[in-house]
Design a protein around this ligand. Structure first.
Ligand SMILES: Nc1ncnc2c1ncn2[C@@H]1O[C@H](COP(=O)(O)OP(=O)(O)OP(=O)(O)O)[C@@H](O)[C@H]1O
Ligand SMILES: [Mg+2]
Length: 257
């Protein structure tokens, strides 16, 4: 594999639900160490693309066509077992609602320990060290206290960062984040964005699913604009957002101002 190969390559992805085509021939690459945003209006298929990559589509949705090549292998050929190893390991996930990723019944530490024992060969003591390091990395102060806390004992912004910590604990090469800041106020959203830029500096690629074009213009390298399941435009974020070629992109930009 040459170093020019992208980390993730989505090739003509087509997803259907019965007779409806929800995602149609969507192609884009995520280069190594880049932040690529997938933007578009509500219902344009952003989440469906993210869930397809993770192979977490609801049963009614079917990948009809296409390839999802990650680290040189087509994830669509992977077994359920292989995918469980990939998720939380090489690919971290961050969702809009921390509630959906954090188990309310277990402490943050317990959940971090679980993901680390599933995906690494670290000893118990090493896992504890790694968990504290990761909490520090996502700028959660008082890591030992957070480690012992249940999700409900943390603020919304802290929960969001704890979810990022879970996503990056095992050293993924890709993080897929679906509307990671939409439940946060602007200040906390900005901190999560800073965190993503720090992850990128460490060589982690991020697929950022978002409709906030302001945020995208600040941190994304590339942007893919989806409309009704199809790519209308894609390219360097600065270029696309400064000089959109498509009417739909212009409308999205205007709506964001
Ligand atoms: N389980 C399902 N069965 C049938 N259609 C679905 C299902 N889930 C999603 N869809 C449809 O797929 C399309 C894309 O939905 P998706 O959730 O991917 O959009 P989105 O871009 O993430 O929107 P939002 O910005 O609101 O999160 C929508 O038309 C939606 O109604
Ligand atoms: Mg969505």
């Amino acid at each position: 594999m040459s170093s020019f190969d992208p980390l993730l390559s989505v090739d003509r992805l087509t997803v259907t639900a019965g007779d409806n085509t929800l995602v149609n021939q969507v192609s884009f690459d995520v280069p190594r160490g880049a932040i690529v945003a997938v933007a578009g209006g509500s219902g344009s298929g952003k989440t469906t693309v993210g869930l397809s990559i993770l192979r977490l589509l609801p049963p009614a949705l079917l990948v009809r066509q296409g390839g999802i090549v990650f680290e040189g292998k087509n994830l669509l050929d992977f077994s359920g077992e292989d995918m469980r190893r990939i998720r939380g390991g090489r690919i971290g996930m961050v969702f809009q609602e921390p509630q959906s990723a954090l188990d309310p019944l277990f402490t943050i530490g317990r959940q971090m320990d679980e993901v680390l024992s599933a995906h690494t060969t670290l000893s118990k003591a090493q896992r504890y060290q790694k968990a504290l390091e990761t909490l520090d990395e996502v700028q959660l102060p008082q890591g030992q206290r957070v480690y012992k806390s249940f999700p409900h004992q943390l603020s919304g912004g802290m929960r969001q960062r704890a979810m990022v910590a879970l996503a990056v604990a095992c050293g993924p090469s890709l993080v897929i984040a679906d509307e990671p800041t939409s439940s946060l106020d602007v200040t906390l959203a900005a901190r999560i964005m800073e965190l993503f830029v720090r992850l990128k500096a460490k060589g982690i690629s991020i697929l950022l699913i978002a409709h906030d074009l302001g945020m995208i213009s600040r941190i994304a390298d590339d942007v893919v604009i989806l409309k009704q399941g199809e790519v209308v435009e894609k390219g360097p974020a600065a270029k696309v957002l400064a000089g959109p070629a498509h009417e739909y992109t212009r409308a999205l930009i205007e709506a964001a101002q």
